[in-house]
Design a protein around this ligand. Sequence first.
Ligand code: PMH
Length: 385
Amino acid sequence: MEEQGFFYRDTWAEVDLDRIKANVKAIREHLPEDVEFIAVVKANAYGHGDSQTAEAALEAGASMLAVAFMDEALALRKKGISAPILVLGASRAEDVNIAAEEGIILTVFQEEWLAKACDVLSKDASISLHIKIDTGMGRIGIRSADELKSIEKLIKEDSRLELHGIYTHFATADEMDDTYFKRQLSKFKDMLTTLDKQPPVVHSSNSAAALMHADARFNAVRVGIAMYGLAPSMEIAPELPVELQEAFSLHSRLVHVKKLEKGEKVSYGATYEAAEDIWVGTLPIGYADGWIRRLQGQEVLVDGKRSPIIGRICMDQCMVKLPYEVRAGEIATLIGEQGEETISINEIANKLETINYEVPCIISSRVPRLYKQDGKVVELNNSLL
Ligand code: PMH
């Protein structure tokens, strides 16, 4: 058995935990002290690594974690994370005992679900719940005051259930026009007034709202994207009150370098033809790593220079046009800084006509993650070995 976490391929992602901590601290400083920071670490912490990000965020001032579904919460428990974890998405009522055993907080948004969960829950078990209100996102959540009252009553009547929180989610907090946002906020406030008693944790804000809308903070915020150093949208990026630093970078090494003569072709379909004699490098990264075929033409940094990907991107490899002859073994930076140049996650998102959230999420688990803290590598995670 090899040393765990080692990797044998010349492609890896780096996650700068100091930057995640700096982002959490910068956001925290912008919030009143009594507002709890819920670190959103779903989807393997937006591709950054769930437990590593969770630990960094908790150290920097987060007090709670949020994930999308129970498996993600259980994965964090397995990795020794003992902080409160809220499951934001739907869980199966049949699974409440597992959540109860592991101290995982579930989201409730249906009366029938709650009734079933009560049936299933062991006599001596107890579980904390957050009620989700749908104020206009149209995804999951209670939509009427009557249903909210019934759910509150059911929870109050069962001593095994603790109403720990209530929340909603905004659809347009990352836009400058706040008309729809205000409508959602006012609906949430109305729903809160129908409660007999407000639970300890009331939250509505994602990164955008936490940073841009002081009136929507209540006593906790759920921060994802900003913690990773990314702006929630290009529209509000120039308006953000805090300085954020991208924590994720992606690197590979040239495994082969050759000179192509004018007229020679590259990759599947032989669609690229050298217009003159050129130097070409091969990188061991491809669409199975999340470096998808749409990234053909995107530049990578080699020797601090921008070098475009030429020809079709293959499953595990792609080719770049080098500025001049470069030794095999040189590092190619696909996302991040090299010399004077930077390729940001936003540049990749732009090329893919998508949002920055999607970029680190799609870099597949086949790409090992290397964690840096205080300028040193502190952990390697290779999901394959
Ligand atoms: N709360 C909920 C319920 C979420 O779904 C998300 C992100 C967040 C908080 C954090 O948002 P932020 O990253 O903008 O700070 N959810 C998603 C999603 O479902 N698709 O993209 C982001």
